[in-house]
Design a protein around this ligand. Structure first.
Ligand code: NAD
Length: 549
């Protein structure tokens, strides 16, 4: 999708103003004809570079830097100058760049946000804006199609980062564009600054946010409600993605808004979809049925209950009764197996409480319950011990082992351990990247169950179909589509996900299936086009330059 065509050339700013518009600037790649037509003569050095040459220049600059945070700053500066070149670099080198613009580097960037701050990106809305949020949102120069919003209370595994959590919506929206071609003009990162309980930040002279403790209760809910209402008033079709809210707000906000507006929570629902896709891929190898699986989760938070909820929905869609489906999902939290009779269970865990004797630890739960799959989402590094993995291999011909906790130090086991201790029989996926592993003469290529396989395509599908809701059916459809895109060659080498280099193709397919769900279930805001996939592809942003003259 080009920014400007010959037809609307009259609207293109001229001269220095054009060079300073990051969405339009091409730097030294402006052609001789464009330089004449757009009053650029003399403002650029004479040689015209191609975008490929510019990209090579950026890459050699980045690769000279040793510190990932320096690379993060350099990439941000590039985005501030030339959005198309930024996305060309990211899209063409997604394996190398994703860790720089998102996890793990973005975590450090949030912690140091005030120190590395250069130019604001996105919108900062604070508790002081109560009563005028719609007016504030009108200061945004574009018509937003998707907002990713955080209140900064649970940034990755780093806790409360206050307004410095802004790195997350910015990074996530970059992935929307890089992975699914959501046009950068449609992307609005938002931080709602409700204060921070991180005292270190209050004392930090470079801190960018309000130096006060977090507001809570009715004041907090009122502010979020005003933001949601104002966003929909100013940008009527906008999709709102809640990101990195703490448990106590994440589940509440999702429940409050999911059936009222076009919104979702990636930590809960995106994670669920990518994990379900991994399960479906694993079952392609083992030949098992989803409804016959017994899932044992280590952890009972946003990721665990999100995955369990969507897996239950998928089992129900295959004909299992809801109660029977829930009976297939077992949770272990920091107090042991989630069972009826425990008095400490918060709302989101209760549907999974079982009539079973208490079990205090995970290895005992594996022995007692005999799961077909273990899913680690408690951020307890090394929790899938040799004993656990050997038990899984004893119980199952092809044990499913998902060590999803991040960062790598929190992974429940390494890829090597998973394959080694199951005699090469584990169907393994991880939250953090692991290199290929050679076990018993076979080379395994484990892949990351990365949320970026799912959310960019879901967002694109919602935008393209003007969806009014994001439903479980859409996340299930996304999971099925992702699992089907895993090739036989991928499966043969132990990969439960496709290569990340195919991400634009994957996202387009997911967007089409999400849009189909919207059209079929009455959630679309426009009639179904004849060719849904072609419609999706026609709306994907292409970072390669188009000609202005
Ligand atoms: P969360 O804080 O919502 O949940 C953590 C859960 O772990 C809580 O239920 C807690 O009770 C439980 N827990 C803590 N210590 C425990 C212990 N010793 N034994 C058993 N349970 C324990 O966090 P979350 O959002 O659910 O994320 C959890 C982990 O999953 C993180 O490491 C995160 O990085 C990872 N994650 C990975 C992906 C992915 O790979 N795609 C996606 C989302 C989250």
């Amino acid at each position: 999708m080009a920014d400007y065509s010959q037809r609307d050339l009259a609207e293109v700013p001229r001269g220095m103003e054009l060079l300073h518009d990051p969405l339009l600037n091409k730097g030294t790649a402006f052609t001789q004809e464009e330089r004449d037509a757009l009053d650029l003569r003399g403002l650029l050095p004479p040689h015209v570079h191609t975008q490929e040459e510019q990209m090579a220049r950026v890459l050699q600059q980045l690769r000279r830097m040793a510190d990932p945070l320096d690379k993060f700053v350099a990439l941000n500066a590039l985005h501030d100058r030339n959005v198309a070149l930024f996305f060309r670099v990211i899209s063409d080198h997604v394996d190398e760049m994703q860790p720089l613009i998102y996890t793990p580097t973005v975590g450090l960037a949030c912690q140091r946000f005030g120190q590395i701050f250069q130019r604001p990106r996105g919108m900062f809305i604070s508790a002081n804006d109560r009563g005028r949020i719609a007016q504030v949102l009108r200061n945004w120069p574009h018509k937003a199609g998707i907002i990713v919003v955080t209140d900064g209370e649970r940034i990755l595994g780093l806790g409360d980062q206050g307004a410095q959590g802004m790195g997350i919506p910015v990074g996530k929206l970059s992935l929307y564009t890089a992975c699914a071609g959501v046009h950068p003009r449609l992307c609005l990162p938002v931080t709602i600054d409700v204060g921070t309980n991180n005292e270190t930040l209050h004392a930090d002279p470079f801190y960018i946010g309000l130096r006060q403790r977090r507001i809570s209760g009715a004041a907090y809910d009122g502010l979020i409600d005003e933001l949601v209402t104002a966003a929909r008033e100013v940008f009527p079709d906008v999709l709102i993605q809640f990101e990195d809210f703490a448990n106590h707000n994440a589940f509440r906000l999702l429940a409050k808004y999911r059936d009222r507006i076009c919104s979702f929570n990636d930590d809960i629902q995106g994670t669920a979809s990518v994990a379900l896709a991994g399960l479906l891929s694993a079952l392609r190898v083992s030949g098992g049925m989803l409804g016959d699986q017994k899932l044992l989760f280590l952890g009972a938070g946003e990721a665990a209950t999100g995955i369990a909820d969507l897996t239950v929905a998928a089992m129900v869609a295959q004909g299992l009764a809801p109660a029977a489906a829930r009976q297939r999902c077992w949770l272990v939290d920091s107090h042991g197996l989630v069972v009826n009779g425990r008095t400490d269970l918060v709302e989101h865990k209760r549907p999974y409480a079982k009539d079973h004797a208490p079990i205090g630890d995970f290895p005992s739960a594996v022995k007692a319950l005999g799961p077909t799959a273990i899913i680690g989402v408690a951020a307890v590094g090394g929790a899938f011990t040799r004993e656990v993995l050997e038990d899984m291999a004893r119980i199952n011909t092809r044990p499913i082992v998902f060590a999803l906790s991040n960062p790598t130090s929190k992974a429940e086991c390494t890829a090597e351990q998973a394959y080694q201790w199951t005699g090469g029989r584990a169907l393994f996926a991880s939250g953090s990247p692991f290199d290929p592993v050679k076990v018993a003469g076979q080379t395994f290529v484990p892949r990351q169950g990365n949320n970026s396989y799912i959310f960019p395509g879901v967002g694109l599908g919602a935008i393209v179909s003007k969806a009014r809701r994001i439903t479980d059916d859409m996340f299930m459809a996304a999971a099925r589509t992702l699992a089907l895109l895993v090739s036989e060659a991928d499966l043969a080498q132990g990969s439960l996900y496709p290569a990340l280099s195919r991400i634009r193709e994957v996202s387009a397919a997911i967007a089409a299936t999400v849009a189909e769900s919207a059209y079929a279930n009455g959630f679309a805001g426009k009639p179904r086009p004849v060719d849904v996939l072609a419609d999706v592809k026609s709306q994907m942003y292409d970072p390669r330059y188009s000609s202005y003259v």
